[in-house]
Design a protein around this ligand. Structure first.
Ligand code: ADP
Length: 493
């Protein structure tokens, strides 16, 4: 049973939705039976095939209906926890678009209790999962609530982003009718849910799941340190071998330049030159001068500090000293949208910004630009660097977490500001790769990486080597699903 708070293509704010759609499908290919459970957000009750009501139950005074449907375009059963009072709202799963809903503790606490009810009481018939695979803080109370029953399924808790922890007030414990203690530990205790005076949902998963993982080996290492651990590094170190990292895959059918219906001209390793038509189309769409020979950079991202949009904004004036153009697609914090709008107005020939979430445009940008900027401060896994490599678009990324695990740096020491090397200090001395990574998280670091990209871009042969090496990487879900399969078996043993 895969419990999650987002699911592509029904409801998505980030990479979790993609994982929730693709990992279960890859697990089915390996012979697993998988079912998914999600809150019935507004509009989901109207998906096709229309969900059928299975049963009704009451949780802490709320009427809850269990609906069943299928994940679109699959045979995977999808359970929807329908409680209109809490979930039938405009906006995204977590807020009205600007602010989180004030009752998120209740909303996702009730969701967790409903998942546990449906597992423990076999609400959906006689199918009993061996494992409940929980994802992020919104499902953090599920491992806790399943920890005490000997007959309960095992639990895996996956952290997609440690920066989001689900911190609420102590009184939530009583509001949700949670037990006083689990496995002999009082819940309001630092060994359980208490976290510096607040109630932490993510700790419910980390402390009580049979195994915990995150979405890349690199990030799994980083979160053991105070710099990346968001206050939970000590607890994660304490998990020892119970904690690991498994890198995400991508949907290589959906993100395929050879069949993508959203792009101007399809292309592949054999017809890489056709990528240029997408660049021309993108430049035209954004009313940028049709100058194919200058480097076109893109960014497709949530506009938050985590994604390094502030670093890009600080670096942009200096980056414009190079002959390049930039296209940004993003939605998020108003301050960043505002600064992007101003810069785009000041440099209409060099910078274009589309505000909002636009799936088809994301495909067009990833196909049309030469290089994709991913200056994330930290990155649990990241997906766009894998998409871009598939599309022969060179990622320029901060060397952290999953970015470091999935990009082979084409640039050697020169990127970090050291020159020298066998052939006179060119940034690509002796190194084959698929992208450009920078270590130094600063304007100078990003600027150095973009300057290296621009230098490489001038050498058509070298640039196409980089593109082709990226396009040939295997980012399919099959390999990741095999790792999860091994982890599930380890948990069951
Ligand atoms: P995160 O989950 O932290 O936001 P990921 O790189 O793991 O970051 O996943 C982001 C996903 O969301 C990718 O599929 C990316 O293409 C998509 N995305 C982000 N912002 C936008 C946007 N404004 N429009 C369309 N797609 C977007």
């Amino acid at each position: 049973m895969f419990a999650c708070s987002e699911l592509y293509p029904l409801i998505k704010t980030g990479g979790l939705a993609d994982v929730a759609y693709n990992l279960p499908r890859a697990l089915v290919q390996l012979g697993h039976q998988v079912r998914i459970v999600l809150p019935a957000y507004r509009g989901l009750a109207e998906v096709t095939p229309p969900p059928q009501p299975l049963c009704r139950f009451e949780i802490i005074g709320y009427e809850v209906a269990l609906l069943v449907s299928h994940v679109p375009d699959t045979t995977i059963p999808l359970y929807l926890i329908d409680c209109p009072e809490l979930f039938n709202r405009p906006g995204d799963p977590y807020g009205d678009g600007s602010h989180p809903w004030p009752d998120n503790a209740l909303r996702f606490g009730l969701f967790c209790r409903a998942v546990v009810d449906l597992v423990e009481n076999h609400c959906y018939g006689d199918w009993l999962p061996d494992i409940v695979h929980c994802n992020d803080w919104q499902t953090g109370l599920v491992p806790l609530l399943l920890a005490d029953g000997a007959a309960n399924p095992a639990t895996l808790f996956t952290i997609h982003n440690l920066g989001y922890q689900g911190l609420f007030s102590q009184q939530t414990l009583a509001e949700l009718g949670l037990p006083e203690e689990v496995k002999g530990v009082p819940l309001w205790d630092f060994r359980a849910l208490e976290f510096y005076g607040e109630l932490s949902y993510i700790k419910g998963g980390i402390v009580f799941a049979d195994a915990v993982n995150t979405v890349s080996p690199g990030y799994a290492q980083e979160v053991l340190t105070p710099e990346f651990g968001c206050g939970l590094d000590g607890l994660l170190r304490h998990c020892g071998a119970r904690f690991s990292g498994i890198v995400n895959g991508i949907d290589t059918d959906y993100w395929s330049p050879a069949k993508d219906p959203d792009i101007d001209l399809n292309y592949s390793v054999e017809s890489l030159a056709d990528k240029q038509a997408n660049k021309r189309g993108l430049l035209a769409r954004f009313h940028l001068p049709d100058d194919e020979n200058t480097l076109l950079l893109g960014m497709v991202s949530r506009l938050t500090e985590q994604k390094g949009i502030d670093l890009l904004l600080d670096a942009l004036p200096a980056l414009l000293d190079l002959p390049l153009k930039v296209v940004v697609l993003g939605s998020g914090e108003a301050q960043y949208e505002q600064r992007l709008l101003v810069l785009a107005a000041q440099h209409p020939d060099r910078i274009a910004f589309h505000s909002g979430y636009h799936e088809a445009l994301a495909h067009r940008i990833i196909a049309g630009v030469d290089a994709l900027l991913i200056p994330s401060r930290y990155e649990p896994c990241g997906l766009t660097q894998m998409y871009s490599q598939r599309y022969g678009t060179v990622p320029i990324a901060h060397a952290v977490g999953g970015l470091r695990d999935t990009i082979i740096n084409a640039c050697g020491r020169a990127v970090q500001g050291e020159s020298g090397g066998a052939s006179g200090g060119e940034p690509w001395d002796g190194v084959a790769g698929t992208g450009i990574l920078f270590d130094d998280y600063s304007v100078a670091g990003l600027q150095g990486a973009v300057a290296s990209a621009n230098k490489l871009f001038q050498h058509a042969m070298l640039w196409s080597c980089l593109q082709l090496a990226g396009m040939k990487q295997d980012f399919s879900w099959a390999a990741s699903a095999r790792e999860y399969n091994r982890l599930y078996h380890r948990i069951l043993r």
